[in-house]
Ligand binder design. Structure first.
Ligand code: A2P
Length: 274
């Protein structure tokens, strides 16, 4: 659609979201809303839901115009703890429902017996979805093997998988898996934590297309049908990060970005994935 990605169940989401990991200042959220962001991505783990709730109360934007995502952390896997975590998120965000609720991580700790815990958490998410407490449900940092496990017993399939995705680290197996099953992918660290903004290929393409390195990285997400969640503390960069709809990266350059040598954080920390 013109306005955003459409999930398997018909839910529409803005093309970009504002990432809030390590964001603790209300002013940053208000600035992002002012710049035009309507999709805010948080998590219980970020410990900023109260602050975001306060910003949302102040901004004057009707709830239905916002798209709010939160996540249950890996130490709260299991049915009851997931339910309690969701309730705590609602209370802190001062809202009646979430647009999207995600399991933050498949593994509670390296080597853990994650399967039964993930099954139980997924049952909780399905119940919240059935009750209308969330408009969509999904997962984060799930590789195809984790998704297959959920799909085996799920009544409602995950609609989203949010994982690290940026030039040189597209986790292509996971992306392909998601796309073959109608699971919308979201990118965390779409700028590679800022590091990619100095990568020679990204700089070369920025020059070629007359855009900034960050805009190249974000447009790269969209052209792979991945929803980017950039974060910035500066309104000028927040705005620039939304200004990615007036150019198109040639397919040849998309492949160069997909295959450029680069290691993601996830690649350096395989123990978090099994
Ligand atoms: P800043 O807050 O000073 O803008 P990622 O989302 O991949 O984790 O990257 C976030 C980092 O990228 C932040 O440190 C942010 O710094 C920086 N950043 C975000 N947008 C831009 C931009 N348009 N140009 C340069 N740096 C940016």
């Amino acid at each position: 659609s013109e306005k955003g990605f459409i999930l398997e169940n018909g839910t529409e989401m803005p093309f970009l979201g504002f990432g809030t990991y390590l964001v603790q200042e209300e002013k940053i959220i208000l600035d992002a809303l002012d710049c035009g962001y309507r999709h805010i991505d948080t998590a219980r783990r970020y410990e900023n839901e109260k602050m975001i709730g306060n910003a949302l109360q102040q901004c004057g934007i009707p709830r239905r115009e916002l798209f709010l995502t939160s996540k249950v952390w890996k130490t709260d896997l299991g049915y009851d703890k997931t339910m309690a975590s969701f309730e705590a998120s609602l209370k802190d965000l001062q809202v009646q429902y979430l647009d999207l609720f995600l399991i933050h991580w498949p593994l509670p700790f390296p080597g853990a017996d994650w399967k039964p815990l993930v099954t139980e958490s997924w049952k909780a998410l399905e119940r919240l979805y059935d009750e209308g407490a969330v408009r969509a449900i999904g997962v984060c940092n799930f590789l195809p093997q984790h998704l297959l496990h959920v799909l085996k017993t799920a009544n409602t399939a995950p609609m989203i998988d949010q994982f690290e995705f940026h030039p040189g680290y597209p986790q292509y197996e996971t992306l392909q898996f998601c796309q073959s099953r109608g699971i919308q992918a979201e990118a965390w660290s779409p700028l590679g934590r800022g590091r990619l903004l100095e990568a020679p290929l990204v700089l070369e393409l920025a020059k070629k297309y007359g855009k900034s390195p960050a805009q190249i990285c974000l447009r790269f997400c969209l052209q792979n049908n991945v929803l980017p969640l950039p974060k910035s503390s500066a309104p000028q960069r927040m705005k620039a990060n939304l200004d990615i709809f007036d150019f198109e990266i040639e397919q040849e350059d998309i492949y160069r970005l997909l295959t450029m040598p680069q290691t993601g954080w996830s690649g350096i920390h395989p123990e978090h994935f099994e």
